[in-house]
Design a protein around this ligand. Structure first.
Ligand SMILES: *Cc1c(COP(=O)(O)O)cnc(C)c1O
Length: 397
């Protein structure tokens, strides 16, 4: 489908969208689709949200970009808003999730050197995803992401996700550890929710060993799980927090927030970004956060997420091909027994946009503005598609 002029790094579905409104996308033929993916957790406010449109139109007419060698009002405003809403102390602005995590990794290393550790190491998890840059793919727990790009960046120690005992044993045996980096819910590897008490347990270990607790909320952040950040379901705070995807509703932005001792690590010249924190991206971020708060989209995500999970569990109960429905808020996975990548095309034909990740997990990340009727439509359509698989022999992906 791609012309020779585009590097073939993506397997694409044969559809192209001309416009969107709310939870709906319209293809070039005018056919309507219910968007249960939101550009992979990006368009939380849905498509063409008037608050975002207005904010970026006004900002574009006024000033797009200057430079981080000057003051930037919108950047200060967004930093203040992020700090107030998260409880963190300060912010670094980049342009993507990978960049936000690069910043976190650099903070951890510099923090370690400050403690006199010559080769600081960061604990990362099996089946994690942190991005496609060299450092973040090295942190990622997927051979598929890493293969062909060796030598990997060193300084990462792998642990089983959710296993506090293993973290404890790493603490006993490795004095070079300076931080733990993980997702509160692993997204790309199939919507795997951390077991209850895991964040609290990691927090305790980090305090005991003077490690930084670093959360990758690139996907779980910005209201997705029913709180602005997933850690806010718990009583603990991270030292470092990265987020991106949903913050700009489609305008590229990634941020790394720091708290306490982590907030004092960087000084002038330690890190930078040409585009990071430019007025346009920050205007979008401000409009997104203001709308999430004003319209209680976290509350809606929590309610609609519960309706989606309950609805799917009821509809899929007893189907032999279904292992589990899981997730939190509007980050939902349906794990099947068999690989099911062909479901993306089958759903597309039925006017529903979904994603399949880790071969056999249907991933649903609809806009946070979604209503009950549309949730029920997702349940109905998916129910029929999954049920149809039960009666037909497994098709090649
Ligand atoms: C998507 C994602 C990233 C990478 O973000 P990019 O903007 O694609 O660089 C990192 N971590 C998590 C948890 C993600 O879901």
């Amino acid at each position: 489908m791609d012309p020779k002029s585009i590097m073939p790094t993506y397997k694409r579905l044969d559809v192209e969208f001309a416009r969107g409104k709310g939870v709906w996308l319209y293809d070039t033929e005018g056919k309507r689709y219910l968007d249960a993916l939101a550009g992979i957790a990006v368009c939380g406010l849905g498509h063409a949200h008037p608050a975002v449109t207005r904010a970026i139109q006004q900002q574009a007419a006024q000033l797009l970009h200057t430079s981080n060698v000057y003051g930037i009002t919108r950047q200060r405003e967004l930093a203040e808003r992020l700090v107030a809403l998260s409880g963190m102390d300060n912010v670094f602005f980049g342009n993507s999730g990978a960049e936000a995590n690069e910043c976190a990794i650099k903070i951890a290393r510099m923090y370690g050197h400050g403690r006199g550790i010559e080769k600081p190491a960061i604990v990362v998890m099996e089946n994690s995803f942190h991005g496609r840059t060299l450092a973040t793919l090295s942190a990622t727990g997927s051979r598929k992401v890493q293969a062909g790009f060796e030598p990997l960046v060193s300084g990462f120690v792998r642990a089983r996700y959710g296993d506090l005992d293993e973290l404890q044993s790493i603490a006993r045996n490795n004095t070079s550890i300076v931080a733990v980096l993980f997702e509160p819910i692993q997204g790309e590897s199939g919507v795997r929710v951390a077991p209850p008490g895991y964040l609290e347990g990691v927090r305790e270990l980090c305090d005991r060993h003077d490690w930084l607790m670093m959360l990758d909320e690139v996907q779980t952040g910005n209201g997705r799980t029913g709180r602005l950040f997933a850690f806010q379901h718990t009583g603990v705070m991270p030292d470092v927090l990265s987020t991106a995807k949903g913050l700009g509703n489609g305008v590229p932005i990634g941020v790394c927030l720091a708290h306490g001792k982590a907030a004092g690590v960087f000084h002038a010249g330690n890190h930078g970004s040409t585009f990071g924190g430019n007025p346009l991206a920050c205007a979008a971020g401000l409009a997104v956060l203001d709308t999430i708060v004003a319209d209680d989209l976290c509350g809606n995500a929590e309610r609609m997420g519960a309706r989606l999970i309950d609805g799917l569990r009821a509809r899929l109960a007893g189907l032999k091909g279904v292992i589990e429905v899981r997730g939190r808020g509007l980050m939902v996975g349906v794990e099947l027994r068999e690989p099911c990548p062909e479901l993306m095309q089958a759903a597309l034909e039925r006017g529903l946009l979904i994603n399949v990740t880790a071969d056999s997990v249907i991933r649903l990340l609809p806009p946070l503005i979604i209503g009950a009727q549309e949730i029920d439509q997702i349940v109905t359509t998916l129910g029929e598609l999954i049920e149809a698989r039960e009666s037909t022999p497994a098709s090649p992906g």
